[in-house]
Ligand binder design. Structure first.
Ligand SMILES: Nc1ncnc2c1ncn2[C@@H]1O[C@H](COP(=O)(O)OP(=O)(O)O)[C@@H](O)[C@H]1O
Ligand SMILES: [Mg+2]
Length: 259
């Protein structure tokens, strides 16, 4: 579904340009959940922005279904941590979903059916006349999911979407997302710095090294049935392995942030 080949991303900076990504290779299969895990500042958002087409790579290539990515496209939607700024506060739940359909030029005759379907999927159909400010954090993220799915993209790009939610709501969102994924078969690239979250969701985990010059240093196949319980010895062992693998890069990221 997605392919990155030797992707490099350099940002202008003083005293010298900052090389955020330096030769990222990645393939994401149709229908899989790939989690990108790495320390803060390692370039996860940059990589996701490149996949979305919001940022052009400085070198290397990005393609979606074999076609080069040259900008944002209807086949890929980005999903943000801050639902508050992603949603329109002056539109109610139903209108927020409808807005996306209008922008993406979905034929009007299909709007009502699509809106009903996705609001029901995220359990917001009873709240369709409420405004974002009247919703809880979890409900706002569910609305963002409904709006993203309504335009029927092939790929969901999620940038630490649940990081600001409390632990219980986050667990509920994981269950909601997995259920939707099972029903729709979307391809999901999910960025997180939380090992437990990556293990809960991923078919595979791509580990990113600390910047500058980040790469995907390792891909881990999660051959474990869902739901995954961290108390399960096999899952706990995996958690420890990943923690050990990340430790030097987290230390390196901290050091850099302290300067
Ligand atoms: N537009 C930009 N201009 C300059 N530097 C940037 C820009 N965007 C990101 N960076 C730098 O690139 C690095 C990676 O950032 P980011 O992708 O946001 O990391 P992450 O999402 O993993 O925390 C950081 O050091 C950040 O300061
Ligand atoms: Mg980020």
């Amino acid at each position: 579904m997605l392919q990155l080949d030797k992707v490099r991303k350099v940002f202008p900076a003083a005293p010298e340009p900052y090389v955020a990504l330096d030769g990222v290779d990645l393939e994401v299969a149709d229908g899989e959940i790939l989690c990108l895990l790495g320390p803060s500042g390692c370039g996860k958002s940059t990589l996701l922005n490149v996949l979305a087409g919001f940022e052009r790579p400085s070198a290397g290539s990005v393609s979606c279904r074999g076609a080069p990515v040259r900008g944002a496209g209807r086949d890929r939607v980005m999903f943000f941590q801050d639902a508050g700024s992603a949603l329109f506060p002056w539109l109610n739940v139903e209108e927020n979903v409808r807005f996306g359909l209008r922008v993406r030029k979905v034929p009007k005759a299909q709007w009502a059916g699509i809106i009903d379907n996705y609001l029901r999927m995220v359990d917001l159909d009873r709240h369709r006349n409420k405004f974002p400010a009247q919703l809880s954090g979890g409900m706002r993220q569910r609305l963002q999911i409904a709006r993203a799915l309504a335009v029927e993209p092939a790929v969901l790009l999620m940038d630490e979407p649940f990081a600001a939610l409390d632990a219980l709501t986050r667990r509920r969102m994981h269950a909601v997302l997995l259920e939707i994924w099972q029903r729709t078969g979307k391809t999901i690239v999910f960025v997180t710095h939380d090992i437990a979250e990556a293990i809960t969701l991923g078919d595979r985990i791509g580990i990113m090294s600390a910047g500058p010059c980040s790469i995907i240093s390792k891909i881990i196949d999660l051959d474990l049935p869902r739901p995954r319980d961290l108390a399960d010895p096999a899952v706990a062992r995996l958690f420890n392995d990943i923690e050990r693998l990340l430790a030097p890069d987290i230390a390196r990221a901290e050091e850099r942030a302290a300067h």
